[in-house]
Design a protein around this ligand. Structure first.
Ligand code: ASP
Ligand code: MG
Length: 469
């Protein structure tokens, strides 16, 4: 039997009408020859509302909790009524929703009483988004005549450590339990609808996998059950050669490797949970990104061994915004070992992540790129730690910059890619401030002024003919 995991994000299950559409997509694929496991996110916006509610509860705001309870109940009841035509099924689903929302109110009231919100209790609260969406999707399937049950990640057997908020997966137990709990359902032709994002610790306490974690749930399940493909349904056609808001003729990339896709998620191309590709890559399970509103399109297939080779090495060009560049300089740094170590130590202590590093061979300066919102803290700490020491003269900050990243596995060992990139940029009269190439040769990234970012991206997209490949 063929097996597929299908994951639907919050925007795909935002309303009852959309949930009916999702249920039809599942029903179209699930049959005696193809088992489907569905993984769903919370209704659009709900996770954020739950976070807000938990904060209000901590402040002791009972009134807010009361109003919130009514609102969340109303939204989910309306959604269920829209998604499910059969009155009896709708009633059964609403019964489950009512009970769970009652529990949620008790949890929030508990937080009001103790006036404390721990990572553990916070996970308990935000897990309700998925606990409320899964029964509706499952009910919509029943309504279409497809046998279905809903399970929480914990019920299904996804086990994590107790690092609440960003829990670490315990894959061996998880694989054992998922196989035991979920596989038999597929054999009976039942579609399990799993809550994305949430799991349980070994003691059965609810944990979460980090924001956007439903993608991760999908690949965990896919890897554990060794399915044929994991389909991530989203609201775009797949992974694109660039941001279509910047490059009008950006194209969907038909196929790419896990390495390339991981590189792209690092550079923030269409948020995907950073750990989500790991389980699939390890087990070699293909992941397909597809457009839920245009299911006839094939989307982007992410595979281990990629067949299509980009002719000239470059596959995508993206822009990373909200960054800032710091340059530490001073002639005395030349040949002085330990300067770089000192810089990294200072930033590391402050928990400031470095996105990009480069040092010129002259050794007279080191440039770094970090998130813009951390700039002030980074600079003041560097100044305190470094200035006045004989070898460093200046710590310079620029916050009107962006990073342009050019990606593609075909660039590896291919001479001339960098020169093509930079002559395309130079022809537009745009000045490049800093360059770095990972030794993986999967990407070349460089810094330009923020105002030049879009034009730079367009120039490279055109130079490598990314819209005609
Ligand atoms: N509902 C969770 C979130 O918004 C998980 C997900 O959507 O993947 O982060
Ligand atoms: Mg989401």
């Amino acid at each position: 039997m063929k097996k597929i995991v299908m994951k639907f994000g919050g925007s795909s299950v935002a309303t009852g009408k959309k949930i009916r559409h999702v249920a039809k997509l599942i029903a179209d694929n699930a049959n005696k020859d193809c088992g489907v496991v569905a993984v769903v996110s919370a209704l659009e916006g709900i996770t954020n509302q739950l976070i807000q509610a938990s904060e209000e509860a901590k402040k002791g705001n009972r009134e807010y909790i009361h109003k919130f309870k009514d609102e969340i109940l109303q939204r989910h009841y309306t959604t269920a009524d829209q998604a499910i035509k059969d009155k009896t099924i709708a009633q059964e689903v609403k019964q489950v929703l009512g009970e769970r929302i009652g529990d949620l109110e008790q949890v929030l009231t508990g937080i009001v009483f103790v006036g404390e919100l721990t990572p553990k209790s916070r996970d308990n609260v935000i897990a309700y988004g998925e606990k409320l969406s899964a029964p509706i999707v499952s009910g919509a399937l029943n309504d279409l005549g497809v046998e279905s049950v809903h399970l929480t990640g914990g019920d299904a057997g996804i086990v994590t450590d107790s690092n609440f908020g960003e829990a670490g997966l315990l894959m061996n137990v998880t694989k054992y339990q998922l196989t035991k709990n979920v596989e038999p359902l597929l054999k009976k032709g039942i579609v399990p609808v799993l809550t994305g994002f949430i799991a349980a610790t070994q003691d059965g306490v609810t944990s979460t996998l980090g924001r956007g974690g439903s993608d991760y749930t999908a690949t965990i399940v896919g890897a554990a059950l060794e399915v044929d493909e994991v389909w991530i349904w989203t609201d775009v056609d797949g992974i694109m050669t660039s941001d279509p808001k910047i490059v009008a003729d950006a194209k969907t990339i038909p196929e790419m490797s896990f390495k390339e896709a991981t590189e792209l998620t690092i550079f923030g191309a269409k948020a995907m949970h950073p750990r989500a590709l790991e389980p699939a890559r390890k087990e070699g399970i293909p992941v397909r990104i597809r457009n839920v509103f245009e299911p006839e399109k094939a989307g982007t297939l992410i595979v281990k061994d990629q067949k299509i080779k980009a002719k000239n090495g470059v596959k995508a060009v993206t822009i990373v915004k909200n960054v800032a560049m710091i340059t530490v300089s001073g002639a005395g740094m030349v040949g002085a070992p330990g300067t770089a170590a000192k810089v990294f130590e200072v930033l590391g202590k402050e928990n400031i992540n470095i996105l990009m590093i480069s040092q010129s061979v002259s050794e007279a300066n080191i440039s770094l790129v970090i998130q813009r919102k951390l700039l002030e803290r980074a600079v003041s700490n560097l100044e305190i730690a470094l200035l006045g020491k004989e070898f460093i003269r200046e710590v310079m900050a620029e916050d009107d910059v962006c990073v342009v990243a050019v990606l593609g596995a075909g660039m590896k060992g291919m001479p001339g890619v960098a020169s093509k990139i930079f002559s395309a940029v130079a022809q537009k009269g745009i000045n490049v401030r800093m360059i770095a190439q990972g030794s993986s040769e999967l990407n070349v990234s460089f810094v330009v002024k923020e105002k030049d970012g879009a034009e730079t991206v367009r120039a490279i997209h055109q130079e490598f003919k990314l819209s005609t490949k």
